[in-house]
Each structure stands twice: as structure tokens, then as C-alpha cells.
Design a protein around this ligand. Structure first.
Ligand code: URA
Length: 236
């Protein structure tokens, strides 16, 4: 898996700052393969047997957390005054550099991945990568066949921005499922605005083939494994 600076491994994997990691290492609180290592700048094999403050390391280069985002929480890493999705991540999964993959509006709920893997985030949200995001939407008016057709051809938003083709499926008179491959600002609300419908409720339910588990309650998180991450990139 490779080598990294000792203080960086300790900071990232045990959720402490680089400064705290350096101090603790100098105080002899960390060992590699059974031997105390006091040098924060030492280059260490990440798969070595590393123990910090009595806790053995289970090294993960990146972490992928799936959250059922509740309403009223900001899709951001940090904010001075408001609660963010990263604030809701359980302590044991906290590490430096966590961020949400694509932003959901404050009043949107559902499927949100929080990670520290920038390449993954790019592959998941770049419009040319064609990863479909599925949403359930409750509207303030009825869905017509015309709308399904308009959405499939690619909606032009009020400011002239052209959206890619999307798949709109009626689930009830004013309830629908919609799949889009982009993540423009307020995209779904603006798309329905072009057909004079307001969005009362919006929930993201899937990315690619990976669905939000029915039993994951709002505000709760699970860790994703490689196979689940792979499902995001299946074409649906
Ligand atoms: N589109 C929106 O309008 N809002 C979201 O949160 C996500 C997609």
C-alpha cells in the first residue's frame, strides 16, 4: 500500500491534528512493529503494525461513509454557526479532510457520501462520467406525460442553461422519481420550475446502482465497502 510520514498516518487514521500527532509521537505514545518510534517525520509502511495510545491501527487509505442526510443540516465540511453533515459523522470515523460528495440543499434529505477521496468524488459527480443520481420528489401540482417527454429531451433552465436528458417516472399524481446525471445548483427545483411546479419534498435515494438502505434512519451513517462503491459506477 505504500509509505507515508508517521505523523500524517497517526493524524489521519486516529483523528487527531498533525500537531497533536507530532507531540504524542515525541512523547513515545506510538509504536511501529512493537518498537516505540519518537520521530514524527519518519517514513513508515502504512501496513506496519502501528499502535497509538494503546489502540491498534486498521489502516484505510480512504473512508467512504454513506449518510441518510436529515433536513436542516448543511452539506459542507464545516461552518462557523450551522451544523454540517461532517459534524454528524460518528467520532470513530472522523478524520482530516472529510467532505460531502456533491451538495444536497439544506432541506433535501437522503443519500450522501462523505469521504476524503477527491478522485472518487470527481468520478461520482462530474457530468461527463454519467453517474445517475436518483431522487424522489413531492410536487405542488400534477405530473403530465408532456413533462416526462420534456425532461427526457433535456430541460433548458430559466437562465438558458441546458440540462442533460433525465428520466422522470410518475409514482403518483404529484410524486415522482427522477434520475439526473449532473448536479447543477438547485437543479431539480429549477427543472420543475420550468414546468411551473414547485418542489415540496426532495430526497436522494441512490447513486448509480447503490441505493440508500430502507433501514438507515435520517442522520445515521454506514461505512461502504469496495463492492458497494463499485455499484455507484454501474450504469443503470
Ligand atoms: N436538486 C435540487 O434542487 N436540490 C438538491 O438538493 C439536489 C438536487
Amino acid at each position: 500500500m505504500g509509505k507515508e510520514r508517521f505523523d500524517k498516518i497517526i493524524a489521519n487514521q486516529f483523528n487527531v491534528s498533525r500537531k497533536e500527532a507530532r507531540l504524542a509521537i515525541r512523547k513515545g505514545k506510538a509504536s511501529v512493529d512493537g518498537m516505540t518510534l519518537n520521530d514524527p517525520s519518519a517514513i513508515v509502511e502504512v501496513e506496519a503494525d502501528i499502535v497509538f495510545d494503546g489502540q491498534a491501527l486498521d489502516y484505510k487509505k480512504y473512508i467512504y461513509i454513506l449518510m441518510n442526510k436529515p433536513k436542516g443540516v448543511l452539506s459542507a465540511s464545516s461552518d462557523k454557526n450551522r451544523k454540517t453533515v461532517v459534524d454528524l459523522v460518528p467520532n470513530e470515523w472522523h478524520r482530516n479532510g472529510l467532505f460531502p460528495v456533491g451538495r444536497l440543499d439544506k432541506d433535501t434529505t437522503g443519500f450522501l457520501i462523505i469521504t476524503d477521496d477527491g478522485d472518487f468524488a470527481h468520478r461520482a459527480i462530474a457530468p461527463n462520467k454519467n453517474v445517475f443520481k436518483t431522487y424522489e420528489v413531492l410536487l405542488d401540482g400534477d405530473i403530465t406525460d408532456d413533462m416526462i417527454e420534456i425532461f427526457s429531451k433535456g430541460v433548458v433552465l430559466a437562465d438558458g442553461t441546458k440540462c442533460n436528458s433525465s428520466i422522470l417516472k410518475r409514482l403518483g399524481q404529484n410524486r415522482a422519481e427522477i434520475k439526473i446525471s449532473e448536479g447543477k445548483y438547485h437543479q431539480i427545483k429549477r427543472m420543475f420550475g420550468t414546468v411551473s411546479l414547485g418542489v415540496n419534498e426532495l430526497k436522494r435515494t441512490a447513486m448509480g446502482d447503490l441505493k440508500l438502505p430502507d433501514n438507515l434512519r435520517e442522520g445515521d451513517c454506514i461505512l461502504l465497502n469496495d463492492q458497494e462503491i463499485g455499484q455507484i459506477f454501474h450504469k443503470c
